[in-house]
Write a protein that binds this ligand. Structure first.
Ligand code: G3P
Length: 217
């Protein structure tokens, strides 16, 4: 399973990259705004910097919502760095844009996926990744993990190469459950990834080992 970090914060991307387990980065307009990035040049430069810090696929989301604008914007984003994946919203023009980029050999991530039907359409259009939003479904009392299972079944039935990129991750349990049901990728805040490290028996066990190690020297 690939681990992506879901942030535009450069310090957190560096920290995750330094851990040695990072496979990519996802961003969205809200995450970019949170970092105070604004203006086309600043956005482009920020993506370039992210590509220099992190290895792997870096999702850069288009800000427009019409086919013509999305392909123009996506072409410009893809030109920033070979690792850029153009992130396209799940709308009718987005399907057309996914097909356009797929035909051009430019990688895509179809975002704002909330149903199996949407995931099926994105795969048909040639998306490299689909991003089902687990946490936002859980927020409205719909089982987000069930959606991941449905998409896994559909993609396996027809050998779709589209990767399931579980997004809107809110906890380490989301990550573990995604691993159980076969999501290809999770994109998560750094805090949830680091929470996977924690266990009180590890802490107490290590404290004992460190204490006993002193007796050995
Ligand atoms: O990148 C999209 C997704 O991960 C957003 O998560 O927490 O805003 O629902 P969240």
């Amino acid at each position: 399973m690939k681990f992506f970090i879901d942030t535009a914060n450069l310090d957190q991307i560096r920290e995750a990259q330094d851990l040695g387990i990072l496979d990519g980065v996802t961003t969205n307009p809200s995450l970019m705004a949170k970092e105070g990035i604004s203006g086309t040049q600043a956005i482009m430069q920020h993506y370039k910097t992210i590509c220099e810090i992190a290895d792997g696929d870096i999702s850069a989301e288009v800000l427009s919502t019409t086919y013509e604008e999305m392909i123009k914007e996506g072409d410009e984003l893809a030109a920033i760095h070979p690792n850029i994946v153009v992130k396209i919203p799940m709308i009718k023009d987005g399907i057309k844009a996914l097909k356009y980029f797929s035909d051009k050999g430019i990688k895509t991530n179809c975002t704002l996926i909330f149903s199996a039907g949407q995931a099926l359409l994105a795969a048909k259009a040639g998306a490299n990744y689909v991003s089902p939003f687990l946490g936002r479904l859980d927020d409205i009392s719909v089982d987000g993990m069930n959606l991941i299972e449905e998409i896994r079944l559909i993609y396996d039935n027809y050998y779709f190469g589209t990767e399931i990129l579980a997004a809107s991750i809110r906890s380490p349990m989301h990550i573990i459950n995604c691993a159980k049901v076969g999501a290809d990728v999770i994109t998560s805040p750094l805090s949830s990834i680091l929470s996977l490290l924690k266990h009180p028996l590890t802490d107490s066990g290590l404290a004992q080992f460190v204490a006993d190690a002193k007796k050995l020297s």
